[in-house]
Design a protein around this ligand. Structure first.
Ligand code: ATP
Ligand code: MG
Length: 628
């Protein structure tokens, strides 16, 4: 059916007409195929269709149900004797149709109220509500209205009201239990499309069309199709034995239902429920199988309870599995979220710790440099005058000696006691070495300030070699020999082709610091491990720089320390990865360095290493940040 070609105003009447036709034809088909010799239809399919249609399309299809039911009953009860009897027949059929319609409305209303829309078969409690409210509750109305109408008309004796009510009710329950799930699950995509036509006109159709073939697609592999065919064949074979032969093996059908649930989704399950129930009904009405009894109502009760168990068990099983899958999916999503949060937290923590650590160090260095700077400038500044005054005083003494070559004996004695000759010779030397000392302190202070560069947190062109040197200066104490380690030789091979690059100076110095500290640690580790002190393995750090292309420089820091195995190399840039003992390393140095180089400077940080051979870190940086 191409709904898109229908005008909007025709859609509702069409749905009503289709509903009426479906109701009428399924009723006739049901009667034709599965009526007992007493003309009782143990399962009444149209009510299953009616409830499904109402659940899917809403209450507005009620006229279709009423018309379908009316047509079904009018032929059955029409008495053409006279006009009055025709009118009475119409009244009976109308009343029964009203009962049927109300049943569907009530069932649908209660299901909407207690289950909500959707997820009818995806939770065990919903399946239970479907069976009890929709399956068993709704038909109470149609059975009561129908049998009471027939009683009032005298077509059913009042004393048989109960028995007839039960028969009517059970056949409706059967119809709903078998057909409603089948239709809801199999034609849901198609009916959704129809509903869209009601709601949106033709717009949503195209998109929904895909869904129609969803289930068939899930069967796409040939093996699965073959499996499905085998399943159906087995069901038919066992069904024939149970309901056509003389062996009461109907219980053997249950595993097939379980099979369908596990392998063929809800559509496979509802289809198998339909097939198994049909076999049971058809077999029983023909007088075969374990439920066929001389007493019709006994047969019906047995048959209905079988159908009830089949439906409930199968749908419950499906619901339990579906629920577990949902929970698993939710769990997966949550686990993913937790993982992500953990990662974010680790990153944040890592950055906090490292920036705390480095800014602490930076501040300390900057503070110390500042504190030393003032007095040393003071000393340096005064040394100039001290030197001048000394020169003048010495010249004055010489002048005295010239004009008074024979001083008083007491002065002569004092001159000898203080060794005036030596003082006059040594004092200038002493002052000049003091000058050299202060100049060195001033240089160190400058280096310290260079390292911390607290005032330069912005992008700026700075001398990379100066940064390397000042970092080495900070680490001087670790490079010198001590009780445990020989001194580390630092070989510098700085390129003369560049000096300044645009960078965040203090952060770049952090990177140098982290890599150099690691190299020193690795050298110490190697010495502790091998204890060899021959020239080949003398601890050495080589720092070289070169221009790679017109906007890229490389800075290499290589050590001949312990090196790293493959699995360590793969993880060195992970936050908190460390091979150092607890309390020694936080595992953040390289993680932070990587971020500073790769993210902040759009450069590269590479590592080449082999166990016992040493390690080389290569930093590649753009010379200018804007056009890199
Ligand atoms: N030059 C090197 N030689 C050998 N191993 C190294 C070298 N540099 C880094 N590593 C390895 O990489 C690991 C991670 O280094 P990273 O600097 O990130 O952390 P860490 O030095 O352990 O701790 P910290 O946070 O104090 O720097 C080290 O534990 C070490 O195993
Ligand atoms: Mg480190």
């Amino acid at each position: 059916m191409n709904f898109r070609s229908l005008p909007k105003w025709l859609l509702h009447p069409t749905a009503v007409a289709v509903m009426a036709a479906v109701y009428y034809s399924t009723a006739e088909l049901g009667r034709f195929l599965a009526s007992t010799p007493e003309n009782v239809t143990p399962v009444w399919p149209p009510d299953g269709f009616a409830l499904a249609a109402m659940l899917l399309l809403g209450y507005r299809v009620w006229p279709g149900i009423w018309i379908g039911s009316f047509l079904t009953n009018i032929w059955a009860f029409l008495d053409k004797t006279n006009a009055a009897s025709v009118a009475i027949s119409i009244a009976i059929a109308s009343s029964i149709a009203a009962g049927t319609t109300l049943s569907a409305i009530l069932g649908s209303f209660l299901l909407h109220k207690f289950v909500g829309r959707g997820h009818l078969f995806e939770r065990p409690q919903n399946v239970f509500k479907f069976v009890v409210i929709g399956g068993m509750g709704g038909p109470i109305v149609s059975a009561t209205v129908g049998i009471t109408t027939l009683c009032v008309r005298g077509m059913v004796p009042a004393e048989d009201w109960g028995m007839n009510w039960l028969t009517w009710w059970m056949s409706n329950v059967g119809g709903i239990l078998i057909f409603t799930p089948l239709i809801l699950t199999w034609s849901q995509p198609v009916l959704e499309a129809i509903q869209d036509v009601f709601a949106l006109g033709t717009a949503g159709i195209r998109q929904k069309r895909k869904l129609k073939f969803k289930y068939l697609k899930s069967l796409s592999s040939k093996v699965k199709v073959a499996e499905f065919a085998i399943l159906i064949l087995l069901v038919l074979a066992v069904g024939k034995i149970a309901f056509g032969g003389s062996y009461p093996v109907e219980y053997m059908l249950i595993p097939f239902l379980v099979w369908a649930v596990f392998r063929f989704d809800i559509q496979g399950a509802t289809l198998l429920i339909f097939i198994v129930s049909s076999i049971a009904v058809l077999g029983t009405v023909k007088g075969g199988g374990p439920f066929a009894r001389p007493d019709l109502n006994q047969s019906l009760v047995l048959l209905q309870s079988f159908i009830g168990v089949v439906v409930l068990t199968t749908l419950m099983l499906y619901a339990a599995i579906a629920q577990r899958q949902q929970v698993e999916a939710q769990l997966r999503v949550q686990t993913q979220q937790v993982k992500k949060t953990l990662q974010d937290l680790q990153q944040a923590q890592a950055q906090l710790i490292q920036s705390e650590k480095m800014s602490g160090l930076g501040q300390l260095v900057a503070g110390v440099a500042h504190e030393i700077n003032n007095p040393i400038n003071f000393v340096g500044g005064n040394l100039f005058h001290a030197n001048q005054y000394t020169q003048e005083l010495l010249a004055l003494i010489k002048l005295y000696q010239k004009f008074y070559p024979q001083p008083a004996p007491e002065i002569q004695k004092e001159i000898e006691a203080v060794e005036l000759e030596f003082i006059m010779e040594d004092l200038p030397k002493l002052l000049s070495s003091m000058k050299i000392g202060t100049e060195r302190i001033q240089k160190i202070v400058l280096s310290l300030r260079n390292f911390s560069r607290m005032d330069e947190s912005e992008l700026k062109a700075v001398d990379v070699h100066e940064g390397l040197d000042s970092t080495l200066l900070i680490l001087q104490h670790r490079l010198k020999s001590n009780a445990e380690n020989a001194s580390i030789e630092v070989i510098k091979k700085y390129s003369s082709k560049f000096r300044k690059i645009e960078c965040y100076a203090s952060e770049l110095n952090q990177v140098f610091m982290n890599i150099l500290v690691n190299a020193i640690d690795a050298l110490a580790a190697k010495r502790i491990k091998t204890n060899i002190n021959d020239v080949e393995t003398l601890p050495r750090i080589e720092i070289s720089t070169k221009v790679l292309d017109k906007n890229c420089v490389a800075i290499s820091i290589a050590d001949n320390g312990s090196g790293m195995p493959e699995e360590t190399i793969n993880r060195i840039f992970d936050p908190f990865y460390t091979t150092k003992p607890v309390g020694k390393g936080t595992g953040l140095g390289l993680y932070i360095s990587y971020n500073i180089i790769a993210e902040k400077h759009r450069g590269k940080l590479k590592c080449v290493s082999a166990p016992d051979r040493g390690t080389e870190f290569i930093i590649e940086l753009p010379i200018r940040q804007d056009n890199s």
